[in-house]
Design a protein around this ligand. Sequence first.
Ligand code: ADP
Ligand code: MG
Length: 658
Amino acid sequence: MIELSNIRREYRMGDTTVSAVNGIHLTVERGEFVAIMGASGSGKSTLMHVIGLLDRPDSGSYRLMGREVSSLSEDELAVLRSRSVGFVFQQFHLLSRTTARENVVMPMLYSVGRVDMARAEKLLRDTGMERRMAHKPNELSGGQQQRVAIARALVNDPELILADEPTGNLDSASATEIMAVLAELHCRGKTVILVTHEADISAYAERVITLRDGMVVSDERKRAGPEHPISNTQHPASKLDVRRSTFGVPLLAHLRRGGGLIHQALRTLRANKVRTGLSMLGILIGVGAVIAMLALGTGASESIRKQLEGMGSNALMLMPGSDRDRGIAAQAASRITLDDVRALPKEVPSIARIAPMVNGSAQVVYEGKNWNTQVTGTLPDYALIRASVPQVGRFVTEDDVLQRSRVAMIGLTPMKELFGDRNPIGSFIRINRISFQVVGILPEKGADRWRDQDDVIIIPVTTAMYRLFGKDYIDHVSIEIASEPEIDAAQTAIKNVMCRRHRIPPAKAEDAFTIRNLAEFRQMLTATSQTMSVLLASIAVISLVVGGIGIMNIMLVSVTERTREIGLRKAVGARRRDILTQFLTEALVISLLGGLIGVALGWGIAAGMSQFAGWATSVSLQSVLLATLFSALIGIVFGLWPARKAALLNPIEALRYE
Ligand code: ADP
Ligand code: MG
């Protein structure tokens, strides 16, 4: 079964070289029960590691079941190990916080990819542990823990059982029981190799090999031959096939395996709730902030877009004064008059429509009901420029303007406040004590971010100027140009006409009037929202990277803390890839969970902002998907280094880690 020839294993420490195993020749037959003895430091453990495929010899040849294995790669060794070798360690090396049963099935994860609890339970019964299956290692005595470890060594039905001082940590009664279990295994045809330095333990074996300074000094067979039938049948080839037979494994099995990994990760994370919670906090806050901010940004730009939709793309706005001193009352010289408004279309032919606006707030009374609203005086063109053609009744006419008629087009809000459900057409209302007849109802506009656009009453511009507000100038003028290409020329022409009419020298033209271009305004908004998006994206990236670093930090701590667990998993057959996947899954679960809670948090914040602050917000599916995807990505990217660190650990060194 085992043929070692001239095996050497050296440890270099600085300048000195320790030959732990120094040219060993050894043959072990199938079904033998061998004890390896020798003083401490004589190389017993090193030899066991080589035999058990945990370590590779520096030189020499090792044939296991007829196959040369000294040159296999680490992962090939892992697969072979999981099928052919069962280890029992002096320190038991059970996974804490995991029941006996789960400890026993663990190697199956790496051999067949799924666990078989019934098999674990049978093995535990066989080793006398039927009443302790659901106990955790810290609830078991040393002898019981070692029984669990033996059951675990047997779970993949290996041919070879290696026990490195299995009774070293046990009292003599437990030691005897453990030796009885091992002897029983030998009787069932297993090949057992045992390291011990106690003579009464070695007495159980039928062959005793003594080492000194890495060399065999004696090799005695106590009995002529084995007293039980040994199956001499050739070992099934499948066990020696180092490739795991993933070929043809149905998708379902892969899914089940993935589910198992996630389940395992969740359990590990649950065992450390506070730490897991803290490590996902970064991602959680980052994602939450991003979702909330994106919702606010999208909501704001949507409401602005809706508002702009009502205005034609060829619209200009003419205002007195410069942009700088807006708010300060415009200079008398640059006040816009109704004559200007009348003159402009004549002088600038590209003007299609023009509507002056005289605004003021006023008290409106109807049958004892009061309402304060905005009153706008304007010309008939306003209805078309601002999409305000009444649905019921009529708008301002030229006749109204000429006669300064006291007619009013009422918005939905004052209508509801004053008339309730009644039809207001034809009724008389008092605006600042002046009687007006309601002749039209304005179409619904909805509320924007700043105010209720339906809270308005429109009257003829002349009525507003001379009867209601007593002004002889206009606040601003809405102008629609016939076609978009003419806008720039029209803008210059309008300014020139205005300056000429008001005798403003060209040098001061800039400060006298301002013309706003809606297209420009729109571009500005787009640019602003783009800047905003870039800003949000960078905040998102920064917070997620910070979150990722948090996860990486925790994962590194976790890898260090669980070094022995990693060593054990590798010893029972986990390949690098298995360990990598395990830790990556943990990182992924943390980040994804953080991301999902973050999405919920962000959503809640967005809902709260629109509920309590009245801000328009809109959580898009896109942003949710993006945030989730991104947090998963962060988990993988930042989990990769710790996971790789874990995967590359040397199993023996990891097992020895304190
Ligand atoms: P035993 O199990 O018989 O007590 P070991 O096989 O553990 O002995 O060790 C054999 C020799 O190799 C000892 O001298 C020990 O100091 C040395 N040795 C074992 N492992 C290492 C290591 N990882 N690095 C350096 N020296 C080691
Ligand atoms: Mg040892």
